[in-house]
Structure formats: structure tokens, C-alpha cells
Design a protein around this ligand. Structure first.
Ligand code: DCP
Length: 124
């Protein structure tokens, strides 16, 4: 089953639903779903956030678009960001939550909490 996805890794738009389904299959065929409790996934997520932080550690401020980063550094960043996302998606899944809907609802809530005043208003 899993191999059916092998040649479909390049796509312009990826849904949280697809990631959720593929991750569930990845864990299931390896017999790992028994270990994927909410707590374990949270700890794995925090570990990956640590690895993500290491990439920026000691670099000083980093310009948007990472103009001075090597391709290897950028690839490593892509991988660590992905690890964080993949554990986050799995965590929401095993908690029985719809992460996409929850995130949209939160954006609406944020907009009400922080209404647009004018273009030159100070940050926060
Ligand atoms: N029980 C597991 C173990 C791994 N993964 C997936 C989610 C992450 O995308 C990736 C994490 O794998 P590693 O623990 O090997 O971590 P790294 O890829 O960061 O490797 P390393 O820590 O050696 O840099 O694999 C998973 O879903 N469930």
C-alpha cells in the first residue's frame, strides 16, 4: 500500500488530510501506531522543535528567504520543519481533532482579537 505513494511525492498542493492518512498508514504497516499515544507524539514533536532550533542556534539574526544559506542548510531546515509538521499532524489525529478546521477557526478568532486599525499602527 505504502509504495503506491512513492512516485507522488511532488505535488503543488498538499492537504493535511493527505498527510494524516499517509502518516497513519506509515505507522500502521510498521506496527508503530501502538506507540503513537498523544503523550509520546508530543514528546517527539518537542524533540524535533529542538532539532529545528539547533539550525538557527548561534547564527544571529537571519534574513527572510535565507539568502546566505547553503543548499545543504536549507535542505536540513526543510527536513526539520517537516518533522515538526508530521508529528503535529499525528498528534492532532490521535487526539481525534480536525487540525485544519481548528487552525481556520483560530485564524478567525485571532482576527477578532486583533482587529485591523490602520496600516501604520504599531506592531501588537
Ligand atoms: N515512531 C516514529 C518514528 C519516526 N517517525 C517519523 C516522523 C518524523 O518525520 C521522522 C523522525 O525520524 P527520526 O526519529 O529518525 O528523526 P530525524 O529524521 O530527525 O533523524 P535524526 O534525529 O537522526 O536527525 O520519522 C514517526 O512518524 N514515528
Amino acid at each position: 500500500m505504502e509504495t503506491s505513494h512513492e512516485f507522488s511525492t511532488k505535488t503543488s498542493d498538499v492537504s493535511l488530510q493527505e498527510l494524516k492518512d499517509r502518516l497513519a498508514e506509515f505507522a500502521k504497516v510498521r506496527g508503530w501506531d501502538q506507540y503513537h499515544s498523544p503523550r509520546n507524539l508530543l514528546l517527539a514533536l518537542v524533540g524535533e522543535v529542538g532539532e529545528l532550533s539547533e539550525i538557527f542556534q548561534w547564527k544571529g539574526e537571519v534574513a527572510r528567504g535565507l539568502p546566505n544559506w547553503s543548499p545543504d542548510d536549507k535542505e536540513r531546515l526543510e527536513e526539520e520543519l517537516s518533522d515538526v509538521l508530521l508529528y503535529l499532524v499525528q498528534l492532532a489525529d490521535v487526539c481525534g481533532l480536525d487540525l485544519g478546521q481548528a487552525a481556520l477557526s483560530k485564524i478567525v478568532k485571532n482576527a477578532k482579537k486583533y482587529p485591523v486599525v490602520n496600516q501604520t499602527s504599531s506592531y501588537n
